[in-house]
Design a binder for this molecule. Structure first.
Ligand code: ATP
Ligand code: MG
Length: 442
């Protein structure tokens, strides 16, 4: 696709060659006439004007609006050869906003099918939409770094949002999102591509910026290798679940918390956690973040033992329920998987997780499972750990902030110390007491 575009681009250049030759001949002719008929001052002035015009034309031809228009012309020519007409150009830093009137029959959907070709041809990321007879394109032109340092990245976090974390550096600059808005996230990618490192930086970023009254974290790690550094945090809902039994117990407890919150909210006539906290300032509740590293470990597909299969199905059913109903009660899920297939992430579960981070995957099928039909972007990512695709309201490539386990431990130590000094160790680990809902709603 991309190769075709460039081949067509070069032939378009050849098509225009006679016009350039004619232009240069005309200019040469004009200058000779001037040289014969006018004095030296006018001659110099004419040369300056002609050179300036030529430089401006060359600059325009190399500019993003011109290159984008050429790409669009090649991909979106009308049936009678009509071309898209560039109507608006705005620029703010690395972000351009362009708008064209396109020929009849050319749609945003048809252009979106060519998104990868346009992005690769222009070396940018794009968003496309239609509004008031124009097709608009937002173009991010910043270069993606191979490495992003966590501390540099988090130096200036945005002040909006309730559970805001950094996804990474994208073509439009730093990419921040609010988990409460998402409200759940699926992370996929082949082994060693940066999934656990991404979880580490997200959890650390949230814990550093949120007090325990605002955030509780429940961690499931059936591989049993990660998350040790979060163990002693005051934000933890309970110990990290490393076996199926403890994971099931933790998820069942969170399921009971969901039930309690639903009943309490219904009684108080509120629809969201933010509203509950507004109307019940003395009984405020924290958001609960449920993180599962390697969801495929909960897959019941290849399990022969009946009891184990039932327990895994029960665990997945709990997670599925949080994804379906958790938003209003402030329970948010982040799932991580090497295998994005239906065994690891059942269709109904995936349908309730609107946001995806896709790191590099092996093969186009995995990319399509993660990002949607026809979307092979995760299979052609460059081979750098932490390079991924963010897909939610838009799709864009990014480089995730890197936070080593040692650095995370150092940063989290400060949170542990502060919590100890403030006496947070005595705060009960849960926002609602599990044994008595009335104690909360009364
Ligand atoms: N954002 C990043 N920037 C730089 N290097 C990274 C980044 N993320 C991961 N890495 C490198 O890749 C290695 C593997 O990362 P990670 O453990 O997160 O992979 P994974 O996707 O969880 O693999 P698995 O599926 O096997 O658990 C890290 O130890 C680190 O060296
Ligand atoms: Mg991992």
């Amino acid at each position: 696709m991309n190769g075709n575009l460039w081949r067509q681009d070069r032939s378009a250049g050849r098509e225009q060659l006679p016009r350039y030759v004619a232009g240069v001949a005309l200019i040469a002719f004009g200058l000779s006439v001037l040289a014969l008929s006018l004095d030296r001052f006018l001659m110099v002035l004419a040369v300056v004007v002609v050179v300036t015009v030529l430089v401006l034309v060359l600059l325009w031809q190399r500019s993003l609006p011109h290159r984008a228009t050429t790409a669009l012309t090649l991909l979106a020519r009308g049936r009678d050869g009509e071309r898209p007409r560039l109507r608006r150009i705005w620029r703010r830093g690395a972000v351009w906003h362009l708008a064209w009137r396109v020929p009849l029959g050319v749609t945003v959907t048809s252009l979106l099918r060519q998104r990868e070709a346009i992005e690769q041809a222009l070396d940018v990321s794009i968003e496309l939409w239609y509004n008031r007879r124009l097709v608009h394109m937002r173009v991010g032109t910043a270069r993606l770094p191979k490495h992003v340092d966590f501390c540099d990245f988090y130096r200036r976090p945005p002040t909006v949002g309730e559970l805001t974390f950094g996804v990474g550096r994208g073509r439009e600059g730093a990419l921040w999102v609010d988990l409460v808005q998402l409200p759940h996230l699926l992370i996929g990618g082949a082994t060693g591509e940066g999934k656990t490192a991404f979880l580490r930086q997200v959890i650390t970023g949230l814990v550093l910026n949120q007090p325990i009254e605002q955030l509780r974290v429940a961690l499931v790690d059936l591989k049993g290798m990660e998350f040790g550094l979060f163990e002693q945090l005051p934000h933890m809902w309970g110990p990290v679940a490393r076996e199926l039994d403890s994971a099931l117990a933790l998820l069942a407890e969170l399921g009971a918390e969901l039930d309690r919150r639903q009943a309490a909210f219904a009684e108080a006539g509120v629809q969201t956690l933010a509203r509950w906290n507004e109307v019940r300032p003395t009984e405020t509740l924290a958001y609960v973040l449920v993180v599962v590293d390697e969801c495929a470990e909960l897959s019941a597909a290849e399990v022969s033992d009946r009891d184990e299969r039932v327990r895994k199905q029960a665990a997945l059913a709990h997670i599925s329920r949080f994804c379906r109903l958790g938003r209003a009660s402030g329970i948010h899920v982040i799932l991580c998987t090497q295998r994005p297939d239906v065994d690891a992430v059942p269709g109904q579960l995936k349908a309730n997780i609107p946001a995806t981070v896709a790191f590099r995957v092996r093969g186009e099928t995995n990319s399509r499972i993660l990002l949607g039909e026809g979307n092979e972007a995760a299979a052609v990512l460059p081979p750098w750990p932490g390079r991924g695709i963010w897909q939610w309201d838009t799709q864009t490539q990014f480089q995730a902030p890197w936070l080593s386990p040692e650095q995370a431990d150092l940063l989290l130590n400060a949170v542990r110390q502060t919590a100890l000094l403030a006496g947070a160790g005595s705060v009960p680990p849960r926002p609602i007491r599990t044994d008595d809902r009335k104690a909360v709603v009364s």
